[in-house]
Design a protein around this ligand. Structure first.
Ligand code: GAL
Length: 650
């Protein structure tokens, strides 16, 4: 009894008694300013679950409850002395999944990093010197394995001790790292400089132009059969004869005008530059509907991304019937009396949907599998390949993602046997080629049997080289940096696909990637000449994401018509240098820091096989750095990068 009373007394006393003058409880700050990717809130004096903070069997009435990935920026104004806390993973979190690393940074430098902590561990006492520190950052990262689930990260008794009186304002909203200057009001023509089409097939191209509106686009030298609708800036028609047509695009507004060559190649190769667009999977997954697709297409047309060259609006899995699902909107007759595939109740009018997308100057993509069922268990193309290719063309689709899924359930074989892996892709490739429609062919079989070595032979334009990407540094960096060695198989019309983008608002929340990690993601995918298929919700694009995805000088690296893929030039410690040859003779060079601490990253003209002084331009900041004699060194934050274009100074 005595003990209980004493405990209760201590509980009541602690929150008040613990703080001295000049001490601030972190829990008293505005925690809504913390960046928190999990959807679990940061809470004052409770764990993120809303229960008392419980660490190593002990309740802490004071402190901060957070969840990975958590980041709280605190302005200390250089007058704080110490930060103290007891950190640990809440005892009630699931022992199997929960694991957290606590990290404390001061003015961009690491002050403390905990080992991986798990539920039940004794709390780790933290006492960090803050002398001279202006910005303190408290971070909780996912520890090894188990994903983010149940990562209830507690900062018990978290206190900042000041020299004298504490400053009035402390918590700050994290400034987003917007690097690219605003799009200028003068016209700039963006997007691909070369487009492939098959002669006699319908042609559609919206001329992407940034700049103040109203803006007028004109085109000189269009081949017979094509015409421009000046009010929409969309070129449509049919190129009648095979050949190469150099067209001159002009865009004019009140601020000036811009011109650019566009080469239309009427031949047999599509996707002469990596496809740019959007795909529904990383945003809606199995919940996708027609209205979602229309909203995304409209947003792409109105939020500016269409004017940077993004063109495809691709429906992934779940447009077709899945009658065994409890969701009635997935139901419907799988095929009609003639065996032609039907869409489910969520997609009542496919031709109407593609027509709406085309009206915006955008292109439409669809998804199927060579097996009887897609990965999500919907009906797919097994034994109906010809009919499905015809149906997709009739419906007006311009892109097919063909996902292996259940094929091995109907045809057994060895995954690493090329003949086995190629067969179903060859079948669909043949049928697509015979359609009176340009349908970009995207193979999705996760890299089996070294698909990059033969994707071209089955008519593929892009091929997934890996399993599905997730929005974590671990997943993105492992996939992206493991592409080295695939360079020889990339050329116009043939692109390695390290999966869709996970920048911005994905799966109903902000991506788990930090701003620097997102710059690494987009830089690397551009250097790799990977398809730029956005996975984020385009109706929910913040300024940072728009700035990140709409840098035309970075997109130019991705869309370069030479069609090379960057190779890894050097690995030094946890830094890497990648370089891609560009059509104007320059090199696009990515300097990456894969490590946890900011470090200088260097390259030399010698290792890039360049002679003499070189001109360097920072592509994210769109700024000339000037002529450098022998190489380039720059300081790069954790998981960040600098993307430069290097050209001869002569
Ligand atoms: C996976 C594929 C994903 C997505 C999903 C749909 O196999 O890699 O990108 O398409 O299937 O069920």
């Amino acid at each position: 009894m005595k003990i209980i009373v004493l405990r209760l007394f201590a509980l009541l006393l602690l929150p008040i008694a613990a703080l001295q003058a000049g001490e601030i409880a972190v829990s008293s700050l505005d925690l809504s300013l913390a960046a928190n990717s999990s959807g679990w809130p940061a809470r004052a004096n409770l764990s993120t679950s809303g229960k008392p903070i419980l660490l190593g069997g002990k309740v802490f009435p004071n402190g901060l409850g957070s969840h990975t990935k958590f980041r709280l920026l605190i302005d200390c104004h250089g007058t704080a002395k110490r930060f103290t806390a007891k950190v640990g993973v809440d005892d009630v979190a699931n022992k199997q999944y929960a694991s957290v690393i606590f990290r404390i940074e001061g003015d961009g430098k690491k002050l403390l990093m905990s080992p991986v902590m798990r539920p039940g561990d004794d709390p780790l006492p933290v006492d960090v010197d803050l002398t001279g520190i202006k910005q303190l950052v408290l971070l909780a990262w996912n520890g090894e394995g188990g994903g983010q689930a149940d990562d209830h990260a507690n900062w018990a008794d978290a206190t900042i001790i000041f020299d004298g009186k504490a400053p009035a304002t402390l918590a700050s909203a994290e400034p987003r790292k917007i690097l690219t200057p605003p799009t200028p009001p003068t016209p700039r023509i963006n997007g691909p400089v070369v487009i492939g089409t098959r002669p006699g097939n319908p042609f559609l191209f919206y001329v992407p132009v940034t700049g103040e509106r109203p803006l007028k686009v004109t085109v000189g030298g269009l081949p017979k059969g094509l015409s421009l609708d000046e009010s929409s800036g969309i070129i449509t028609g049919t190129t009648l004869a095979a050949g190469t047509y150099d067209v001159k695009l002009t865009a004019t507004n009140a601020r000036g005008s811009a011109t650019r060559e566009l080469r239309i190649v009427a031949g047999d190769t599509l996707a002469l530059t990596p496809p740019m667009g959007w795909n529904s999977w990383n945003c809606f997954a199995s919940k996708v509907t027609r209205d979602d697709i229309l909203r995304q297409a409209n947003s792409m047309a109105t939020n500016g991304l269409r004017d940077h060259g993004y063109a495809y609006i691709n429906i992934d899995d779940f447009w077709m019937p899945k009658n065994e699902d409890i969701d009635p909107t997935l139901h419907g007759p799988e095929r009609d009396a003639n065996g032609r595939i039907n869409s489910n109740a969520r997609f009542p009018d496919m031709p109407g949907l593609t027509a709406s997308i085309h009206k915006l100057g955008l292109k439409a993509g669809i998804y199927s599998s060579p097996g009887p069922k897609t990965c999500g268990g919907c009906i797919s193309s097994w034994r109906h390949e010809k009919q499905d290719a015809e149906r997709f063309a009739e419906w007006g689709f311009d892109y097919l993602k063909y996902d292996w899924c259940s094929y091995n359930q109907v045809v057994s074989g060895n995954y690493e046997d090329k003949a086995y892996a190629k067969k179903p892709y060859m079948v669909m490739g043949e049928h697509l080629r015979h359609q009176k429609r340009d349908i970009v062919y995207s193979l999705c079989q996760y890299g089996m049997a070294k698909v990059w070595e033969w994707g071209d032979e089955v008519g593929g334009n892009t091929w997934r080289t890996t399993h599905d990407i997730g929005d974590s540094w671990d997943s993105m960096s492992k996939i992206g940096f493991s592409q080295a060695g695939h360079e020889p198989f990339v050329k116009p019309g043939c692109w390695n696909d390290p999966d869709m983008m996970i920048a911005g608002w994905v799966w109903g929340r902000f991506t788990n990637l930090s701003d620097d990690e997102q710059y690494t993601h987009v830089s690397l995918w551009s250097l790799l000449s990977a398809p730029l298929l956005l996975g984020c919700d385009l109706t929910h694009v913040d300024d940072f994401t728009l700035n990140l995805l709409g840098n035309d000088e970075v997109i130019e690296v991705n869309q370069d018509p030479l069609g090379r893929m960057a190779g890894r030039i050097a690995t030094r410690g946890e830094t890497q240098v990648w370089a891609k040859a560009m059509s104007d003779g320059s090199l696009a060079v990515g300097l990456f820091n894969l490590g946890d601490e900011a470090v200088p990253v260097s390259t030399t003209w010698n290792e890039l096989k360049l002679k003499g002084p070189q001109r360097v331009r920072d592509l994210w900041r769109q700024q000339d750095i000037g002529v450098q004699e022998d190489g380039f060194t720059t300081h790069i934050p954790r998981h960040g990068c600098v993307l430069i274009r290097v050209s001869s100074s002569k």
